[in-house]
Write a protein that binds this ligand. Structure first.
Ligand code: GDP
Length: 378
């Protein structure tokens, strides 16, 4: 596995890489990770039980280092294939394959890394980068996008459908599970409230302003509703000014960032989870792991039809999908769930069942491994 992003840094691709690596390492005859170095790397690497080769280079320049030394490493430690967590490092794998050092090059696809062009503002250079990306994509043996949306995006970039297998993200049902959160609710002063929850980095595209817009309508029908927002980010001031302007200060609580060990309690403090993301390319929701985390805790979820969210939510089964930006429909769905406890339980239970049986890292990584193995034996 070659990845620009790996713990101890936090983030979607970091979690994806670590969780797949753990399972793949147990199934492959030989397995190792190559990723950039980090000052606190040893603390995690020593616990993993498979080699993690740390290269002293900036994340987005990992390819430079790989082009210099991947072939030598592969000669010393032969493997059948490279699996790249982002296309950005695939050129080194392609070169190794073309020299006969590996059989195939596999690449994951999330979304932002696929659409982001660091030279977009410089016309000539921007076009060159796009041409380079498309040439790399054409030479990859097989892609593993995390959602149907990302799969369609790959096809729009010229990748043949036969080279694409969707393997959705997962979560850990042992880390996220239904639990009594009445203590935390008391501490937050929400003991008697019905809690609408969002846990996310606070950035504009997550659509928290759409939730704020819907609140007035929700409060008319459900006066004891309260909006709990967990996470931190650049959009907080703007959201707080909307709250002041709309007189919602008593109906919304921001907790700021909470430590990982406390996340489960915060999910369980919610009656439902909501995140109506907006599409602002290249900033697009590739999947939305938070929907699975909330489902794992037995919460029904509401998301928008943006990006990969429809692969994270089974509409009508584990939650609801509303059109992005539509605060009216969002309010209706929130009211429906807050006033129908039986519906809330049904969707929440089905969400938990889906995580336990399908949308967990063990299951999705096993699916990934079986597909890789079949392609290598073919
Ligand atoms: P992305 O950040 O856009 O990739 O969105 P995802 O929903 O795919 O992933 C976000 C991840 O960050 C999830 O695993 C969240 O639990 C986690 N996260 C978001 N906010 C917080 C926070 O305040 N504290 C902690 N510990 N994790 C958070």
């Amino acid at each position: 596995m070659i990845t620009q992003d790996f713990p101890p840094e936090t983030g979607g691709i970091q979690t994806y890489s670590l969780c797949h690596a753990r399972v793949l390492a147990g199934k492959c005859d030989r397995f190792g990770v190559i990723c950039p170095d980090h000052p606190d790397a040893a603390a995690i690497d020593n616990t993993l039980g498979f080699p993690v080769i740390r290269l002293k280079i900036r994340n987005d320049l990992l390819i430079v280092s790989l082009l210099r030394n991947l072939n030598r490493r592969l000669k010393e430690h032969p493997v059948d294939a490279t699996f790249h967590s982002q296309w950005q490092t695939a050129a080194a794998g392609i070169r190794a394959r073309n020299r006969g050092l590996i059989k195939q090059v596999f690449v994951a696809a999330h979304i932002r890394e696929l659409l982001f062009n660091p030279f977009a503002a410089v016309p000539g250079l921007g076009r060159l980068f796009t041409a380079y990306r498309n040439r790399v994509l054409q030479q990859v043996d097989h892609f593993y996008p995390v959602s149907d949306y990302t799969a369609r995006s790959l096809m729009e970039l010229g990748v043949e459908a036969s080279k694409i297998t969707v393997v959705i993200n997962g979560t850990d049902p042992q880390q996220f599970y239904p639990d009594d959160a009445s203590g935390l609710k008391q501490k937050l002063g929400l003991g008697s409230k019905k809690v609408i929850l969002t846990i996310t980095r606070l950035v504009e595209r997550k659509g928290l302003d759409t939730v704020l817009e819907s609140l007035e309508k929700v409060l008319k029908k459900v006066p004891e509703a309260h909006y709990l927002v967990v996470g931190e980010g650049e959009d907080r001031q703007r959201l707080e000014s909307i709250i002041r302007k709309n007189g919602l200060a008593g109906n919304v609580t921001f907790t700021g960032r909470v430590p990982y060990e406390e996340l489960n309690a915060y999910y369980n403090a919610g009656d439902l989870f909501v995140m109506p993301s907006r599409t602002q390319p290249p900033d697009v929701e590739g999947f939305g792991i938070v929907f699975l985390e909330a489902n794992a805790c037995g919460l029904p979820v509401i998301g928008s039809d943006s990006g990969g969210i429809p692969s994270a939510i089974k509409h009508g089964a584990t939650g609801f999908i509303v059109p992005e930006g539509d605060s009216g429909l969002l309010a209706e769905r929130i009211i429906e769930l807050l006033t129908h406890s039986e519906l809330r339980d049904r969707l929440g239970n089905e969400g938990r069942r889906r995580v336990v049986e399908e949308a967990n890292w063990q299951s999705v990584s096993s699916k990934l491994f079986e597909d890789l193995q079949a392609r290598l034996e073919h």
